[in-house]
Design a protein around this ligand. Structure first.
Ligand code: ATP
Length: 318
């Protein structure tokens, strides 16, 4: 099922003659968790603000469920929940009271609102803290309450701007797990921004890499590896006890192997265009060498990100 729910069409924002968002075209599908990934100043927050109708594009459009965010911000607000990087609550009120206050602003029936608030507090693990004032909450608790708060109005889409900043690793793991569960259980589309590769890798179905307002690549981790490493997307690690044949030379002359890295004698890393694990194993056997181990490793988002930024730095300084 790939039904688009958020559509960016040539979306552009210029501040002081500089592109904050540079002709962004992208579709995000219903139920998908999409990560906007990029360093500070990449344009992630500006993209989010335009999606919410809180900032006007210089040109281009963004629609949520077919509704133009710039022309109909109030209609968009009804179906989108937004969690900023630091959620503000009324400190003198408890967690439950804050959720009830949100419900009253949204015109929800009180009884129904209380049932939903208690259910959501349970979902985000704050039942025991529901009657505690929010100024006594930790940052992680405030983020979890923030998630419950955006879910009060049953949104179709939730947008999270750097949701895990300032939370300890255990809290991050819990919050991300929660976002993923909610998205899958309630078919909610999630758009989240982050500069943290590992977080994004952990929960996103697809990511978009942003640099200086430009969307440079999109896809799941495997697609990105293919796009960015195109010529040598597969790594084969090999250990063997040498026979008579010079295996290194043989691998260098094998079609599809682009680079042979000798880690130390008898241990090689082969950069390949395709998964050549079987052929490599066969070559080792036929050479009379003894195969100790062979394994394929995939590129993670870390390598993807660094390869991308390394390439970019070189091209920019060239
Ligand atoms: N209100 C503004 N006025 C002028 N320039 C702005 C404004 N808001 C953002 N910018 C500029 O637009 C660019 C993109 O900023 P944006 O905040 O969208 O990036 P970001 O990827 O969200 O980064 P961060 O994670 O640091 O928030 C930056 O160069 C920033 O200085």
């Amino acid at each position: 099922m790939t039904e688009p729910i958020i559509q960016f069409n040539d979306l552009t924002k210029v501040y002081d003659k500089e592109y904050a968002v540079d002709h962004l075209s992208l579709s995000i599908n219903k139920g998908e968790i999409f990560g906007l990934l990029g360093p500070n100043g990449a344009g992630k927050s500006t993209t989010i603000l335009m999606t919410l109708g809180l900032s006007e594009p210089t040109s281009g459009t963004v629609t949520v469920n077919g509704i133009n965010s710039t022309n109909h911000p109030i209609d968009v607000k009804k179906i989108v929940g937004y969690l900023p990087d630091d959620v503000g609550f009324y400190h003198q009120m408890t967690g439950l009271e804050n959720l009830m206050y949100t419900a009253s602003l949204n015109g929800m029936d009180r009884k129904e609102a209380k049932e939903r608030a208690l259910h959501l507090l349970e979902l985000v693990g704050l039942t025991d803290a529901k009657d505690k004032r929010t100024d006594k909450y930790s940052r992680g608790m405030r983020q979890r309450l923030g998630l419950a708060d955006v879910l009060m109005k049953n949104p179709q889409v939730i947008i999270l701007d750097e949701p895990t900043i300032g939370i300890d690793p255990e809290g991050v793991r819990e919050l991300l797990g929660l976002i993923k569960d909610l998205s899958k259980k309630e078919q909610i589309t999630v758009l989240l921004s982050s500069h943290d590769l590992h977080q994004v890798q952990r929960i996103c179905d697809r990511v978009g890499i942003f640099v200086k307002g430009k969307l440079l690549a999109t896809g799941n981790i495997n697609d990105l590896a293919q796009q960015l490493f195109n010529e040598d997307a597969y790594l084969i690690n090999l250990e063997y006890i040498s026979g008579d044949t010079n295996l290194i030379e043989q691998f260098k002359n094998t079609a599809g192997i682009n680079e042979v890295e000798e880690i130390h004698p008898g241990k090689l890393k082969l950069h390949c265009e395709a998964d050549l694990t079987k052929q490599v194993a066969k070559i080792v056997f036929e050479s009379g060498a003894e195969l100790i181990q062979i394994s394929k490793s995939d590129y993670g988002l870390d390598e993807i990100y660094h390869r991308y930024f390394e390439g970019r730095d070189q091209s920019e300084t060239a």
